[in-house]
Design a protein around this ligand. Structure first.
Ligand code: ADP
Ligand code: MG
Length: 254
């Protein structure tokens, strides 16, 4: 049965989508069957995997509001063992509609995921940059969460906010939600600030930090423009090797 893992952090631009796309593709390339669900109305994970708008008939939005069977929304990517439930801008409306759904209908997403868990080894969810209903939904259906973050001063403040949300979700909806790990992204070990933030993080979350951080590289940032994950775009480059190491550690952790 599939393990479900969300990539979440309410801050934008911290590497959620990049990490979700690249770890999904890496694990799929190694032989596991992977489904990546795009939960961000911006649809960056969808386009980053080269899924063109013309291929999309229905999206995660239709699943959340109970209008489509999730099986009809799944699109095969161009990459081995990797499928996608796409998102488009219509998902922006779901945030509000979720507030209005009656209790019995709020479970559409859970029911949908349960119906496909036997078809995959891993289901990865790319969350939007907020702690709104879409993120709550994603964390409610997840076994674990990966928290990508940049080594900046404000990242630490954001982290305690996110930890509080995780606590709330555990007590209200999903007691078994696990923190799989904190992933440092766009890492530059030569900066003094980076060292300070890492030292601070280790004080509180030592056992949660992934062993290998993801360096800032041009190849990682240009790959989505080609609709390619880094393990195909630049297979022997630094970014690819680092994401491979993180993917391996993730599979050991959950
Ligand atoms: P989020 O999903 O958290 O908003 P993204 O994954 O979209 O963040 O990343 C934000 C920007 O940073 C994107 O333009 C992306 O290409 C770039 N980026 C992410 N990780 C790296 C990296 N390791 N090196 C260079 N650029 C990166
Ligand atoms: Mg994103």
């Amino acid at each position: 049965m599939a393990k479900v893992v969300s990539f979440s952090n309410q801050k934008g631009g911290v590497g959620k989508t990049t990490s979700c796309v690249n770890i999904s593709a890496q694990i799929a390339n190694k032989g596991k069957k992977v489904l990546m669900i795009d939960m961000d109305p911006q649809g960056n994970a969808t386009s980053g995997l080269g899924i063109s708008k013309s291929k999309i008939k229905s999206t995660i939005y239709d699943v959340i509001i109970g209008r489509s069977d999730i099986k009809d929304t799944i699109v095969k990517s161009n990459f081995k063992n990797l499928w996608v439930v796409p998102a488009t801008i219509d998902l922006a409306g779901a945030e509000l509609e979720l507030y209005d759904l009656e209790d019995d209908k709020l479970r559409f997403t859970e029911i949908a995921l349960d119906s496909i868990k036997d078809d995959f080894d891993y289901i990865f969810i790319d969350c939007p940059p907020s702690l709104g209903m879409l993120t709550v939904k994603a964390l409610t259906v997840s076994d674990g969460v990966v928290i990508p973050m940049q080594c900046e001063f404000y990242s630490l403040e954001g982290m305690s906010q996110l930890m509080n949300t995780i606590k709330k979700i555990r007590s209200l909806y999903n007691p078994s939600l696990q923190i799989v790990g904190i992933l440092l992204t766009m890492y530059n070990g030569r900066l003094t600030l980076t060292g300070q933030v890492v030292a601070e993080l280790k004080k509180y979350y030592q056992d949660k930090l992934f062993k290998v951080p993801i360096s800032r590289t041009v190849r990682i940032s240009e790959a989505p423009g080609y609709g390619e994950p880094i393990c195909y775009h630049d297979p022997y480059g630094k970014g690819s090797l680092e994401y491979a190491a993180v993917a391996k550690e993730l599979m050991l952790r959950i």
